[in-house]
Design a protein around this ligand. Sequence first.
Ligand SMILES: Cc1cc2nc3c(=O)[nH]c(=O)nc-3n(C[C@H](O)[C@H](O)[C@H](O)COP(=O)(O)OP(=O)(O)OC[C@H]3O[C@@H](n4cnc5c(N)ncnc54)[C@H](O)[C@@H]3O)c2cc1C
Length: 449
Amino acid sequence: MVDVDVVVVGAGLAGLSAARAVEAAGRTVTVLEARDRVAGRTLGGALSNGVHVELGGQWVGPTQDAVLALIDDLGLETFPTYDEGAALTFFDGQRSRYRDESFGLPQKTAEEVGRLWTKIEEIAATVPPESPWETTHGTDFDRQTLDGWLCANTDDGLALRFFRVLVPAVFSAESPELSLLHFLFYVRSGTSLETLVATTGGAQERRVVGGTHLISERLAEDLGARVRLESVVRTITHDSDGVRVDFEDGSVTGQRVIVAIPQTLAGRVRYVPPLPSRRDALTQQFPAGSVIKFHVGYETPFWREEGLNGFVLSLDDDFNVVLDNSPHDGSCGVLVGFLEGTHARDAAEMTSDQRRDLVLRALVKYFGPQAAHPFDIQEQDWMSEEFTRGCYGGRLGAGVWTEYGKAVAAPVGRIHWAGAETSDIWNGYMDGAIRSGTRAANEVLHELS
Ligand SMILES: Cc1cc2nc3c(=O)[nH]c(=O)nc-3n(C[C@H](O)[C@H](O)[C@H](O)COP(=O)(O)OP(=O)(O)OC[C@H]3O[C@@H](n4cnc5c(N)ncnc54)[C@H](O)[C@@H]3O)c2cc1C
């Protein structure tokens, strides 16, 4: 039995940031991590030629000040995502090449998308990210799904289809799976819809040299033996004297615990005594999205020769979001793409050969016959990961924010909550995970003092 000031559950960016702050304040800390590695939803991989790829979270961008500062602090560097040339949109069998803000849609639909987009930005600006349930008309926004709102606000079928592809690209969930309030909150939390979607000037602007998992690995290196791997936490016992955290091979006692794991998984831990019903009910309603991420490696980034930046959005295909993810030196070509929401769930039931065919068929359609001959394809299914069970992050359906939202980050006695889903700023992103860890550490340090 180990005894420390603070026990942290989960060695992702949230848990490790929390532990770093606790340790820096001179308090003792132990981090319990279920996997045999740190970094959670960030994970380094390599194509068969040795080129590094990121199988989980990868991009950082402006206004993500917490992650950018930490990258700098840890001596890591970033480089810009390739973003030169034209993008492609596919709809109704047509291939549309564009460089402006039209998304390659016909003028009338582009104007309609622009009108809806402006409306979304305007309403999202009214959401207080620290308490979305207090939004003016918040109850009305929370009663409806995002899809219901879209259907009620446009009669342009192509504009509707556009948003039904854009939404899974951001949330890896379908528009009927989100409440309008959750969508608006998320947009506000990530600055604006424009910031969420953009490459240059937005959330996809930069990548970390060597990979984002290095952030967690460096944090863990500094924490040394305070991080304990392969320690699946099963029970948290808490009372007015302290906490006891039982994992599969032992237990740790402490003054306080920070639970820094995805909300649904937090609901699978046993709490003695049980959590208040509102908090427990929240964890029952915080599902993660569905995504399979693919990297497809080519000898060269051949699409660049045609003046393409590699960005594709298809309203006709399952594998419908693609970006250029080639190494900074362009030494080979890498396309990254996603199966999201329904498409991910369907594809998870296919064989890997069937998924590979599906992906290559789409890439050949987008970039021509050269795309049929990659030297490697890597896939990462985050839904099947026992200690993640879906990505990119959790999302709330209709009615949840207004009924249960207050419980998202509110401590329960000596139990504090961290994780990307508990952040008011950049919720669901690496930046939000880091902010949430620091916030939870500050709560704990305040109580300990
Ligand atoms: C495919 C994909 C693409 C993404 N793209 C981006 C992007 O481009 N930019 C961006 O900012 N974000 C992106 N994200 C999201 C980002 O990766 C996450 O928001 C962030 O990494 C979450 O960090 P976290 O610490 O909150 O949670 P996690 O990383 O999930 O960490 C939680 C940790 O807890 C551990 N754990 C779980 N259960 C237990 C238990 N019972 N006991 C002990 N330990 C446990 C897990 O193993 C894990 O290590 C992406 C995610 C995915 C999967």
